[in-house]
Write a protein that binds this ligand. Structure first.
Ligand code: GTP
Ligand code: MG
Length: 454
């Protein structure tokens, strides 16, 4: 049965958190996308895979033997060097550093610190059922061998950093299509099977690298301890790791099928793996030929889960979680390193550059601009209104004063007229009261008559 998302058909719909209706349907004919994993598979097979493992631990702890056992091939020679293609990366430039190694087998760091620790990169290409895997095994001969082991972790940390740096540099180039990933994908730390607890050197190196690599601590040569001792040693190591806040690689638990889920949980519960290594085949009492180690009292089988945790380590490193190791290196460990490095160089991400491309931020910016424009317009209108009101007020005040003045003027005029009239009235009344002179009156009458007659 094939599931598809159908946005058109309303039938058999079920609600989805994002309001997208998901309809499961059986296809009537073959479309072809079921072939995608095969396409991916073909592409991956053509390109091949690569894995960079750093195997660190004191000399003689069985590092080379375990690597050879893991890949079932004699990758590492007895002296710790590879069987072919051996070179020292020592960081970025192979040629330059090979030359450096030829000149002086010992590294001298920038602080003038002489270290007996060398970094050796052994490369091998292996093939299984037509699938190619390029393996780089990085070892550090000389680690933990000095009388004073302070700083013996330094060349190792430098190597991890240099590999990050060369990747960062390659990423910044114009042509990024052929970046070779030399970053460390897994850091196998070999713990001496003392049965006690971690030593200060173990804690120091793990603390120095745990934020840069997928740290996988393993108990080396675990056949030298009894089952009980192994269990006690494991608890003591885990307690130390927790106490020191050291991060170790833990595969993610997804909603896989029950078998995968249980398998992953079993891997985590068995940490740290107690392993043995051997590429030699030995015969068991029941006649089987197995990879293992033969002792006078019996045989320890490499590939037997009841004898040691080698099978689980191989599952974690190669069979089930190789891609997760690489993804965690790239997405988390390298990203953190890159961010820190760029910050130290004073390069900070200018988020305002990305604002343009963020529609929400852009919308918010536009809204703020619009609001600012509106409030400016409102202010302008208010001030115009106030100006007009005050002008009108002044005009009214002026006309009021005018009216008042005119009113006063008229009032004064009228008062004057009243005064004059009253004076006249008084005069007339006075004249009225005076005795009448007849002559004058006759003359006046005569005169008027005369006039009238004319
Ligand atoms: N008992 C026991 N011996 C082992 C085991 N693995 C390796 N050896 C033996 O330990 C010795 C050293 O093994 P190597 O693999 O060369 O150790 P190494 O860590 O690579 O050593 P250097 O390259 O010198 O750092 C050899 O004699 C191995 O046979 C193991 O799981 N158990
Ligand atoms: Mg070796």
């Amino acid at each position: 049965m094939t599931s598809i998302i159908d946005h058109q058909s309303p039938t058999k719909s079920s609600p989805h958190p994002d309001n997208v209706k998901i309809i499961k349907k059986v296809l009537n004919g073959y479309v072809g996308f079921a072939n995608l994993p095969k396409q991916w598979h073909r592409k991956s097979v053509r390109r091949g895979f690569n894995l960079n493992i750093m195997a660190i631990g004191e000399s003689g702890l069985g590092k080379s033997t375990l690597i050879n056992t893991l890949f079932n091939k004699n990758i590492m020679n007895k002296d710790g060097k590879g069987d072919y293609n051996e070179f020292s990366l020592n960081g970025v430039n192979e040629d330059q550093l090979n030359e450096e190694e030829n000149n002086n087998n010992e590294q001298v760091d920038k602080n003038g610190f002489d270290s007996n620790v060398k970094i050796i990169n052994t490369q091998a290409e292996i093939e299984e059922d037509g699938v190619k895997l390029k393996v780089n095994v990085i070892t550090a001969p000389g680690f933990g061998e000095s009388i004073n082991n302070i700083d013996s972790w330094k060349p190792i940390v430098d190597e991890i950093n240099n590999r990050f740096n060369s990747y960062l540099e390659a990423e910044s180039r114009i042509n990024r299509s052929t970046i070779i990933d030399n970053r460390i994908h897994a850091f196998l730390y070999f713990i001496e099977p003392t049965g006690h607890s971690l030593r200060s050197l173990d804690i120091e190196i793990m603390k120095q690298v745990h934020e840069k690599v997928n740290l996988i601590p393993i108990i080396a040569k675990s056949d030298t301890l009894t089952d009980e001792e192994i269990q006690q040693f494991k608890s003591s190591i885990l307690a130390d790791i927790e106490h020191q806040n050291i991060k170790i690689f833990k595969p993610s638990i997804y909603n896989d099928d029950e078998e995968t889920l249980n398998n992953t949980k079993n891997l985590i519960d068995t940490f740290p793996f107690a392993v043995i290594g051997s590429t030699k085949e030995v015969q068991t009492i029941d006649g089987r030929l197995v990879r293992g180690r033969k002792y006078p009292w019996g045989i320890i089988e490499v590939d037997n889960e009841n004898h040691n945790d080698f099978v689980l380590l191989r599952q974690l490193l190669i069979r089930n979680f190789l891609e997760e190791l690489k993804e965690n290196t790239s997405k988390n460990l390298y990203e953190n390193y890159r961010t820190e490095k760029l910050k130290k160089m004073g390069i900070e991400q200018d988020n305002s550059v990305f604002k343009e491309f963020d529609p929400l931020a852009r919308q918010e910016e536009e809204r703020q601009l619009h609001e600012a424009k509106l409030s400016k317009m409102e202010q302008e209108m208010k001030s115009v209104f106030q100006q007009k009101v005050s002008e009108k007020e002044k005009k009214l005040q002026r006309s009021e004063a005018d009216l008042f003045a005119r009113h006063k003027e008229m009032k004064d005029k009228l008062t004057k007229q009243i005064k004059l009239l009253e004076e006249k009235k008084l005069q007339l009344e006075k004249q009225k009261l005076l005795p009448q002179e007849p002559t004058t009156t006759t003359t006046t009458t005569q005169k008027s008559r005369k006039g009238f007659l004319r």
